[in-house]
Design a protein around this ligand. Structure first.
Ligand SMILES: *Cc1c(COP(=O)(O)O)cnc(C)c1O
Length: 433
């Protein structure tokens, strides 16, 4: 499988090169040259397959020759080391819990998959060491730190906006040590993301270090996120609930929802996707006005989605050949305030005793809004993080006590270690050391 740059001004590359480069030399995101639907009988009988077989079928064509099948199967097995339960919240409303991994957020899936791909490339070829440079608005950093910890031949440098991630998130990315370093940036997430993008284009720096990204711009982080859309569909199908399935995905950089849309392209019968956002409403506004206008990100209580210029939206547009009319038949996007989010958390808790985190609650709101006009649907909203990751806001909003799981308590007890930086020059200096 070859990948081309969505800026159309860079050579095509294989999966391996796309993973190692992260972003194309023309600053474009890599996109698969073809997406071939899976055989119809496979989709029809999909509930007969094990999750690992489904994941393999789904990702196989995107990896191509670069990783042998037996190795790819091992990578999938090691990636899928936790459960993806689908919980019934109310009539016709389900949540897909994506938080049973090591850092209790869905990014564990992509991070683990990508780390193992890079580990494979490092073991099997005379590659120089790779430095993974990643910007995080919260959960990416922890998932990447945990996914890559101890992977040989890979160093990880994480940039995060000072004071804008939760305490637990901060601990998850600043306490591991070994091959992981956290840089604390005086700024917002978009500043971190810009610095990362600038670093990738810095020729002087690139001579010195092999840099790649582990944000969802990296195809090895992005694509495995389609697995659990398949799993949730299978779970519903086994319960006879697989007609008119719609997914509502709490969205920030829009990588997760875009991966779901790739699953749809592969033939998974999903009727509609809802990208639910907090007040960072660049995409909902685009659907209303037809004008895509990036904005500065605004801080909210669902901070892993505080993104003003979602990097993966361009991939979503490509999936529908940049046809906004076609996009609207498959995809809606709604924005919700923090006030509405808190109200939804209370409503969910009151009606079904379910404790949702703010991100999941935004997903719930998007689903409710869509299903009001489309009542015949079976709706699934993604619960992208465990409530413990947003402890203060969950406990104060719901007046409940959230039990702290073991893997979280273990990091809370550790000492934070980070390096403060203010601008790109300081980042470069650090990386050139
Ligand atoms: C990253 C993240 C999101 C947003 O996912 P995107 O793929 O960037 O749209 C939503 N919720 C949580 C908890 C996250 O960590």
């Amino acid at each position: 499988m070859n990948y081309f740059s969505l800026n159309n001004n860079a050579p095509k590359v294989s999966f391996k090169e796309a993973v190692i480069k992260g972003l194309a030399p023309d600053r474009g995101l890599y996109f698969p040259e073809e997406i071939t639907p899976l055989p119809e009988d496979f989709i029809r009988d999909i509930e007969k397959y094990e999750p690992e077989e489904i994941a393999f079928k789904a990702i196989e064509q995107f990896v191509g020759e670069d990783i042998p099948n037996d190795e790819l199967k091992r990578i999938i097995k090691e990636t899928l080391c936790f459960d993806f339960p689908v919980v019934n919240i109310e009539e016709g409303v389900y949540t897909l819990e994506l938080f049973h991994g090591p850092t209790m957020a869905f990014k564990d899936v992509g991070a683990r998959f990508m780390a193992r791909c890079l580990g494979y490339f490092d073991r099997n070829e005379e590659e120089n060491d790779v430095t993974v440079l990643v910007a995080t608005s919260g959960d990416t950093g922890g998932a990447v730190a945990s996914g890559f910890l101890g992977v040989e031949g890979v160093k990880v440098v994480i940039l995060y906006p000072s004071g804008k991630v939760s305490d637990i998130q901060e601990k998850q990315l600043t306490t591991l040590g070994q091959n992981i370093t956290a840089l604390e940036v005086d700024g917002v997430f978009d500043d971190c993301q810009d610095m990362v993008k600038t670093a990738f284009l810095d020729e002087e720096l690139k001579k010195y270090r092999n840099l790649t990204s582990a944000n969802s711009i990296n195809v090895a982080r992005w694509l495995p996120q389609m697995f659990y859309f398949f799993f949730a569909y299978v779970t519903l199908k086994r319960q006879g609930k697989a007609e008119n399935v719609v997914f509502s995905v709490p969205s920030g950089n829009f990588g997760n929802i875009c991966a779901g849309m790739v699953a749809h392209k592969l033939g998974l019968p999903i009727q509609h996707f809802i990208a639910s956002t907090n007040s960072n409403d660049t995409v909902p506004e685009y659907l209303e006005t037809g004008i895509y206008e990036p904005k500065a990100s605004k801080p909210t209580i669902s901070n892993a989605m505080d993104v003003g210029d979602p990097s993966n939206f361009i991939r979503i547009q490509k999936l529908v050949n940049n046809d906004i009319t076609k996009l609207k038949t498959l995809f809606s996007s709604f924005s919700f305030t923090d006030k509405a989010t808190k109200k939804a958390m209370k409503e969910i808790h009151k009606n079904s005793e379910y404790v949702a985190d703010p991100h999941g609650a935004v997903g719930y709101l998007g689903l409710k809004k869509y299903s009001k006009d489309n009542p015949e649907t079976t709706g699934v909203f993604l619960e992208t993080a465990h409530p413990v990751k947003f402890l203060d806001i969950v406990e104060s909003t719901l007046s409940v006590k959230v039990d702290i799981p073991e893997q979280i308590q273990a990091v809370i007890d550790k000492e934070k270690e980070s390096v403060l930086i203010n601008d790109y020059n300081e980042l470069k200096e650090f990386l050139m050391k």
